[in-house]
Every structure is written in structure tokens, then in C-alpha cells.
Design a protein around this ligand. Structure first.
Ligand code: PLP
Length: 394
């Protein structure tokens, strides 16, 4: 759409033309199945598959043999959480997570609870942060897994994954990290961070959709995860199904570019900060959710008090923004992330997430501020709650 100001990059991003360029040969010339190693074209595909794995492993400071390609973060989360529960019940049935996790984690855990899992949902404070003491105290001899995201998709709030990983290591408990919103934005060094398992998803950093990976650390006592998708012997029997070659190559390229382009993030952070400051100055009664926590540089989540987010969206069709996670858009429930942070239910319905990318320009941000200022004026002028507030009744 021409002239659309796209501020929904935590939902998905535009594919980088260089990623697209790297993918194209796999539709046209190098289209063989990488399992078909009986002939040269298949061997060529296999070489590219393994090169992509090597590239990604090097960028994450891990080993190629620790990487299983999947269809994305949701699949990997299912694989890790269900897999640990299936294989570690002799130790216990206790899993620890956080109330603000992505629905892929929370709904998988609700499913496992029906099968007998005992899940602790750690609370967060007003800034969206957990207490490391509370995490430490929650781990018992029966805890088989701690599953905590690195960066929150709705607020951008970062969890201290280095410390969390170290706590789990000391307590001899497996740690799975949903790093979907972290990888491609912030550096990840798996040599230094003792994370046992993690997921990432290519489409969050200018790669193709429908591809991601499962990282499982090689340890002296191997982590036992059965395949979620049973089929051919692809991925060492860990994940059946013909490889999505073009997307896997695209994922490697996207990650390579995002690591190379890390200096661009400073510019994005400056724009995000400018956006917040300008809105705070121009629009009264707004709150930036998680502002006092460490946040990912591209994200802001703002409550526009007494103005319904759905109305602001209608009044601002030139801006792509969202009321929360793309996965729950359409749900009439208030954001579980904001609710967990103690945001009032009505204020949750007045909250919007804006997420910038390396391509967001100052001009676009200025235009978005202008549009939002105008929309807010209109939405509040028609809002019964705003009238009650203005007249001092509430
Ligand atoms: N986890 C987080 C934090 C996310 O933001 C998302 C996507 O919105 C997912 C998991 C699911 O990712 P995918 O689209 O690869 O299934």
C-alpha cells in the first residue's frame, strides 16, 4: 500500500531485497530436494542447506549440529515444551514461565496442564519485569523446565536472559528461551549465555515467513527432545518434512544482514525515543507501558487514556499499528501482557503497540505523530469517557 507508515514490525517485517535475491535461485535453478543426494543437483541443494546451518550457527556462536530447522517459533515452542514434558516426567512435572509470554507458550502450557503438568506463571511488576529471586525460589527438585522469553513482543520489555540462564544452570534445570523478538535485533552469544534451548523466527528481522529454528545445546548429558513432526529422516530425524530450502537460505541471509547492520539500531532507537517524547508532549494523558524497564530499541506500547485503540486505528488508516500481538488480533480480551503489568482493563483497550524497523524514517515518524494527534483529538471528542473525565466526574 502506497504511503502506508508501517509501524508493526514486531508482527512481521518486509523481506529485505538482498534476502529475496538469495532465495530466488532455489525456486528456479537449485530447486532439488536436499535429501536427493544421489545426483549433483540434490547434492548442491544439500550443500546450501548445510552452509545455511553453519552460517546461522556461527552468527549465534553455537554449533551447526545444535540447529534444527522448523517452520517458525510457534512450532519450536511446541516442540520444546511438549518434548521436555514428554521425556522428563521421571524427574517431575513442574514448569515455570511468566504471565507475559507469547500465546504460543501460554497455550501450549495450558494444553500440557490438561495432561498433568504443574505450571508456575511468574508475575511481573508494573514495568513488565520479573523478580529473579522469585524465579530462583520457584525452582524445585521437580522443575523440569523454565521457559522465559528474551524480549516481549507487545511492550519490548527485555528479561535478563543471561542471569536467568545462569540461575537455571546452577539449579540444574533446563532453560528454553523464546528469542523471537531478540534475535536479529540484539546480539546473542550462545557461547557466553548458557541457554539450553531457544527458538527464533526469520520473519521478525526481514527474512521470509514460515521458517525458524530450534536450537538445542549439545551437553554431556544430551537434552532429550522427541520430534514433534514425524516423517522422513530430515534434520537427523528431529523434524520430518521436505526442507523449505529457499526460506532456510533466506533465513541465513537475513540473520547475516541483521548482525552486520547492528549499528543501524541506534538510529531506530533514536526515532522510537523521539516518537515517544513528541507524543508525550503533544497528547495529554498518555502512558508508555514498560518505560522504566530495559526495552528493545524498536518497540513502544502506549496507552492513550479515554480513547479506544480500535477507534484510533479507524481514524488513522495511514498507519499500520496494532492493539497487541498479531496472533490475538480480533480477540476481544484485553492484552494479557498489559493486564499482568497491572494496567486497568479499560486502559488495555486504549493501548497501541508501535514497532519500527531499520527502514523507518524520521519523515514517517513525524507524519505518524501528526496523524495520531489529529485522530486522538477526534476520538476523544466523541468519547463519553473523555467527557466524563474532562468534566471531573471520573
Ligand atoms: N514468540 C514471540 C515472542 C513472537 O513475537 C512470535 C510472533 O509473533 C512468536 C513467538 C511466534 O512466531 P512464529 O510466527 O514464527 O510462529
Amino acid at each position: 500500500m502506497k504511503d502506508l507508515i508501517y509501524l508493526d514490525n514486531n508482527a512481521t517485517t518486509k523481506v529485505d531485497p538482498r534476502v529475496r535475491g538469495a532465495m530466488l535461485p532455489f525456486f528456479e535453478e537449485a530447486y532439488a530436494n536436499p535429501q536427493s543426494t544421489q545426483y549433483a543437483l540434490g547434492r548442491e541443494a544439500n550443500r546450501h542447506l548445510e552452509e545455511s546451518r553453519e552460517t546461522i550457527a556461527a552468527l549465534l556462536h553455537g554449533h551447526a549440529s545444535e540447529i534444527t530447522f522448523t517452520s517458525g517459533a510457534t512450532e519450536t515452542i511446541n516442540m520444546a515444551l511438549k518434548g521436555v514434558f514428554q521425556n522428563y516426567q521421571t524427574k517431575g512435572k513442574h514448569i515455570i514461565t511468566v504471565k507475559t509470554e507469547h500465546k504460543a507458550t501460554l497455550l501450549t502450557l495450558y494444553y500440557l496442564e490438561k495432561a498433568g503438568a504443574k505450571v508456575t506463571y511468574l508475575p511481573v511488576n508494573i514495568d513488565g519485569s520479573i523478580s529473579l529471586d522469585e524465579l530462583t525460589e520457584s525452582i524445585t527438585d521437580e522443575t523440569i523446565l523454565v521457559s522465559i522469553m528474551a524480549a516481549n513482543n507487545e511492550t519490548g520489555v527485555l528479561h535478563p536472559i543471561q542471569e536467568i540462564a545462569e540461575i537455571c544452570q546452577q539449579k540444574n534445570t533446563l532453560f528454553f528461551c523464546d528469542a523471537t523478538q531478540w534475535v536479529g535485533k540484539l546480539p546473542l552469544n550462545l557461547k557466553e549465555m548458557p541457554i539450553d534451548m531457544l527458538c527464533l523466527s526469520s520473519h521478525k528481522h526481514h527474512g521470509p515467513k514460515g521458517v525458524g529454528l530450534f536450537y538445542k545445546r549439545e551437553k554431556s548429558q544430551p537434552i532429550q527432545i522427541p520430534p514433534l513432526i514425524i516423517g522422513g529422516q530430515q534434520e537427523n530425524g528431529m523434524r520430518g518434512g521436505t526442507h523449505n530450502m529457499a526460506s532456510i537460505v533466506g533465513m541465513a541471509k537475513a540473520l547475516e544482514l541483521s548482525v552486520k547492520e547492528e549499528p543501524l539500531h541506534k538510529k531506530t532507537e533514536k526515532l522510537r525515543d523521539y516518537f515517544e517524547e513528541a507524543l508525550l508532549e503533544k497528547i495529554p494523558h498518555i502512558v508508555i507501558n514498560g518505560k522504566n524497564a530495559k526495552r528493545i530499541f524498536n518497540t513502544t506500547n502506549i496507552t492513550f487514556k479515554y480513547a479506544r485503540a480500535s477507534q484510533i486505528i479507524i481514524e488513522s488508516p495511514q498507519i499500520a499499528m496494532s492493539t497487541g500481538s498479531a496472533c490475538v488480533t480480533g480477540s476481544r480480551d484485553p492484552s494479557h501482557v498489559l493486564r499482568a503489568m497491572g494496567v486497568e482493563e479499560e486502559d488495555c483497550f486504549c493501548s497501541l503497540r508501535f514497532s519500527l524497523s531499520k527502514w523507518t524514517t524520521r519523515q514517517e515518524v513525524e507524519e505518524a505523530i501528526r496523524i495520531l494527534e489529529k485522530s486522538l483529538h477526534k476520538v476523544r471528542s466523541e468519547s463519553p469517557l473523555w467527557s466524563l473525565f474532562r468534566d471531573g466526574i471520573i
